[in-house]
Design a protein around this ligand. Structure first.
Ligand code: UD1
Length: 424
């Protein structure tokens, strides 16, 4: 298995180009199952998760071609040939559940293996399922597989309120409702940019969705969707990760090809800490100010501080003089990076879900291990700031979600090397 050797202590400097968003591309690829004609997606990042969902939609009847140089994916699904997302795929990637809404809408039936637990908590899909039920689907759980079926094959528009704000459930129920009979009103929706991108995609294919990006979304069902060409938005979490990589090494990094509006909460925190930010329409440059200090942050749904940047931000906190506080308010167990940061000399205690970081110590290189995608990014950042060499294992986590991570860091002067054939 591959691993990283990182030599820390070097200020990053230069420019980095942001890739298309993984979390925006995944639902667009799943939503393509709603369309019999050709869907052309631009700016699709070349990542493990993208290959997983490509395999999944192919197994359901889609014909997919992906040009990983041009980042263009074409998908055509004249017919759904299978309605089951198998356990092997769902367990490697929870976003596999995104095929459920499109399958229910198009053929009135779906079988999706329950995702089970994952490194950052239980992450159930009950809200997705209640949303489908409100549209007239009947659910049963058979041997770990959710079987959803619609009498008469056609979902019926309804009013549904999400129990808590969920990105996945908002996307899934929205995809289901576009072909339902009548009007669907969704309340307490996620307002994340990925939801806006998905609604834009569906509308460009002929759907009638209003209000995406606000709490309330109204969908007038249509008979069918048509071919289209559509562009995936830039990855806001990758944008944030590279800003934090510049920040943690006290370097000067220009992040290009991003959408600054989508990382506003991070920019506010970096500004409060004492960084200078030069924000243009599609780029952000970060440089350290004269005095940096700790900060208190709580993760929230968009437009709040994203849970996906909590762990990379905590790595930065370790290097800031004084106390910082982080509260993870979205996922119950998203602190698995802390044990590894402690091995690098960080001073962090967790009490009742609140992480208190006493910053300012010099982190030191160590043998460390990624536990999930964003925890992995946090460790790479910590290693870049640490004194000496770090060996980071289980980098298949960052391979799932960061395109050419080490090449991009190397271009900024980071000493990150991928080695093959380690102990895993
Ligand atoms: C998506 C993102 C993930 C990000 C998260 C929150 C993708 C592929 N993943 O995940 O990177 O961290 O949004 O911004 O886009 N919940 C339930 N029942 C449900 C669904 C969710 O209880 O049926 C809970 C979750 O356990 C969590 C909270 O709701 O505590 C928010 O989760 P959700 O927004 O659904 O996250 P995902 O869509 O899985």
């Amino acid at each position: 298995m591959d691993y990283y050797i990182v030599h820390g202590g070097k200020k990053l400097s230069g420019e980095v180009q942001i890739s298309g968003s993984k979390n925006a591309a995944l639902p667009l690829i799943a939503a393509s199952l709603l369309i019999s004609g050709e869907v052309i997606l631009e700016n699709v990042p070349d990542l493990m998760d993208i290959r997983t969902i490509k395999d999944l939609v192919e197994s359901l009847g889609a014909m997919v071609e992906y040009d990983n140089k041009k980042k263009i994916m074409s998908i055509a699904t004249p017919k759904i040939t299978n309605i089951e997302a198998p356990y092997d795929l769902v367990k490697t990637m929870r976003a596999s559940t995104y095929v459920m809404g499109p399958l229910l809408a198009r053929v009135g039936e779906a079988r999706v293996s329950m995702p089970g637990g994952c490194a950052i908590g239980q992450r159930p899909i009950d809200i997705h399922l209640s949303g489908f039920e409100s549209l007239g689907a009947q659910m049963s759980l058979e041997h770990g597989v959710v079987h959803a079926q619609v009498q008469g094959k056609k979902l019926q528009g309804s009013t549904f309120r999400f129990r808590i704000v969920s990105v996945g459930a908002t996307a899934n129920v929205m995809m289901a409702a576009v072909l339902a009979k009548g009007t669907t009103r969704l309340e307490n929706c996620a307002m994340e940019p990925e939801i806006v991108n998905l609604a834009g995609f569906l509308n460009a294919a002929g759907a009638k969705i209003q209000g995406a990006g606000t709490k309330d979304i109204v969908i007038e069902g249509v008979k069918q969707l048509h071919s289209l060409r559509y562009k995936v938005i830039p990855d806001r979490i990758e944008t944030g990760t590279f800003l934090l990589a510049g920040a943690i090494t006290r370097g000067k990094v220009l992040v290009n090809g991003c959408d600054p509006v989508t990382v506003d909460a991070l920019l506010m925190e970096l500004h409060r800490i004492g960084y200078h930010l030069d924000v243009k329409k599609n780029s952000i440059e970060v440089t350290p100010g004269k005095q940096l200090h700790g900060v208190d942050i709580k993760t929230k749904v968009f437009p709040g501080f994203p849970t996906d940047l909590q762990s990379p931000m905590m790595s930065l906190m370790c290097t800031l003089p004084g106390l910082s506080v982080m509260i993870e308010d979205i996922f119950e167990n998203r602190y698995t990076h802390i044990g590894e940061l402690l091995r690098m000399g960080a001073d962090i205690i967790v009490e009742n879900g609140v992480a208190i970081v006493r910053g300012g110590q010099q982190l030191t290189g160590a043998q460390i291990m990624m536990t999930d995608l964003r925890a992995g990014a946090a460790l790479v950042l910590a290693a870049l700031a640490a004194d000496g060499e770090s060996e980071i294992r289980r980098i298949y986590h960052t391979d799932r979600g960061y395109e050419e991570l080490e090449a991009k860091l190397q271009a900024l002067g980071g000493k990150v090397e991928r080695r093959t054939g380690g102990k895993g």
